[in-house]
Write a protein that binds this ligand. Structure first.
Ligand code: AMP
Ligand code: GLY
Length: 424
């Protein structure tokens, strides 16, 4: 089968390398891909948001199956457009991708169907939001309704900060139309867990849990980033909690989407907080997480392409999805200065990888035979091992062998997880 993958980050590199293990996998095309992905797939410079360009490409290259991973094309109806051509796709249609595309939609869904989440109020004009915030308790959380590159949630500690944030989102429109509606949400506390799941709209099969490290600096300090590293499984996510999440969150969400006439097929991502009052949904994503995918897929023992086909044609069963009981760690190497200003264009010297090690490229371009940095997050060094401590040690050993000018990484990926396990 010839496969078209849409996207161009570390997550897509992980998806492509995992698909290549399948006996059914033929040629892989990636739009737009990146300089590193080009080693594993045929990349073409069509933007992931250029739906007409993607459709044209799929037609002329007669692909058999498409995998759409980023949020923008999913919310723009990329799957709908490809399906109209008769190309089966892994990924939700636009009417289901809204579960990520609109936080007001997902909050209303959870409230209507009794799915545990933070209490919240929606506002469409800044004055009523501000007067509500005058009487609020702090900290509280302000969220832009639409997609905002993962930066649309702001924790504010005072009325002054809240007023400023409302102004930025609703008046200055720093996130464009995404900020025309906002949510003011109860501040929750507790460890965070990412659970990616496969669902065909009927059966939901969770993947191994993971833990992201969103802040730029060690000790969870500094600015929010797209993710500086991940580990799997997440030690906070016990079997008891997993069972509870299945009953209270995963199944009710899939059923709620069906009841709304918005059947979700693809990877449904549950961003959870394990609060003192039980697990609650912080966010849904309509896609694989990045960089969660980079630790989850290396632990998958079954055939990803077969699972994706079953998700698409509605024949998914739990026994099709098997994970190893090993652990994985991904350390992201970024350009120093990320997520603010940073320089790019430096040559990357990669390292040899052994069994249980991999390098997924996120922001790099090819120049002749050279690979040059081209983004904030440049790549992830990933390893699997029988336990988390070894996975972390090996991931850092691999990361330390990779070189480019300006490279920056956090030094404490997985440290908190080890503490929970009593293995520090
Ligand atoms: P989101 O964009 O909704 O994923 O939020 C980004 C991050 O903000 C989350 O990973 C949490 O760390 C934090 N956050 C979001 N909502 C809340 C909340 N209600 N209470 C506490 N922290 C939150
Ligand atoms: N790692 C969080 C996300 O993919 O949104």
């Amino acid at each position: 089968m010839d496969i078209l993958v849409i996207g161009g980050g570390g997550r897509e590199h992980a998806v492509i390398k995992t698909l290549k293990k399948s006996a059914k996998c033929g040629k892989i095309y990636c739009l737009p891909g990146n300089g590193g992905i080009a080693r594993d797939a045929e990349c073409h410079p069509v933007k992931a948001t250029d739906i007409a360009g993607i459709v044209e490409f799929a037609k002329t290259h007669a692909v058999d199956f498409a995998v759409v991973t980023p949020d923008d094309p999913l919310c723009l109806g990329c799957v709908d457009a490809l399906e109209e051509l008769g190309i089966p796709c892994f990924g939700p249609r636009a009417n289901a991708a809204i579960i990520e595309g609109s936080k007001v939609f997902s909050k209303d869904l959870m409230q209507k169907y009794g799915i545990p989440t933070a209490a919240s109020r929606t506002f469409t004009d800044p004055m009523s939001a501000i007067s509500y915030l005058k009487a609020s308790e702090y900290p509280t959380v302000i969220k832009a309704d639409g997609l905002a590159l993962g930066k649309g949630a702001v924790i504010v500690n005072s009325f002054e900060e809240a007023e400023q944030t409302v102004k930025e989102m609703m008046v200055d429109k720093i996130f464009g139309e995404s900020g025309s509606r906002i949510l003011v949400e109860e501040f929750l506390t507790g460890p965070e867990v990412s659970v990616l799941s496969f669902t065909d709209g009927n059966v939901v099969v969770p993947m191994v849990s993971s833990m992201d490290h969103k802040r730029a600096l060690d000790g969870d300090e500094g600015l929010n980033t797209g993710g500086m590293g991940t580990i799997a499984p997440n030690p906070y996510y016990t079997e008891e909690i997993a069972n509870r999440c299945m009953e209270e969150i995963f199944l009710p969400t899939v059923k709620a989407m069906n009841a709304e006439g918005r059947t979700f097929k693809g990877c449904l991502y549950f961003g959870l907080m394990l609060t003192p009052k039980g697990p609650k949904v912080i966010e849904y994503n309509c896609r694989f997480g990045d960089p969660e995918t980079q630790v989850v897929l290396p632990l998958l023992e079954s055939d990803l392409l077969e699972i994706m086909i079953a998700v698409q044609n509605g024949s998914l069963t739990a026994d099709m999805v098997r994970f190893s009981d090993a652990s994985a760690c991904c350390v992201v190497l970024a350009s120093s200065g990320y997520p603010k200003k940073y320089q790019t264009g430096f040559e990357i010297a990669l390292a040899e990888t052994k069994e249980g090690e991999d390098i997924f490229i996120a922001g790099a371009k090819k120049e002749g035979e050279k690979l040059l940095t081209a983004g904030g997050r440049v790549l992830g060094a990933i390893t699997t091992a029988k336990n988390l401590r070894d996975a972390i040690g090996r991931a850092y050993a691999l990361a330390d062998q990779i070189q480019f000018e300006n490279a920056y990484m956090r030094r404490d990926i997985g440290a908190r997880a080890l503490k929970v396990l009593g293995e520090e």
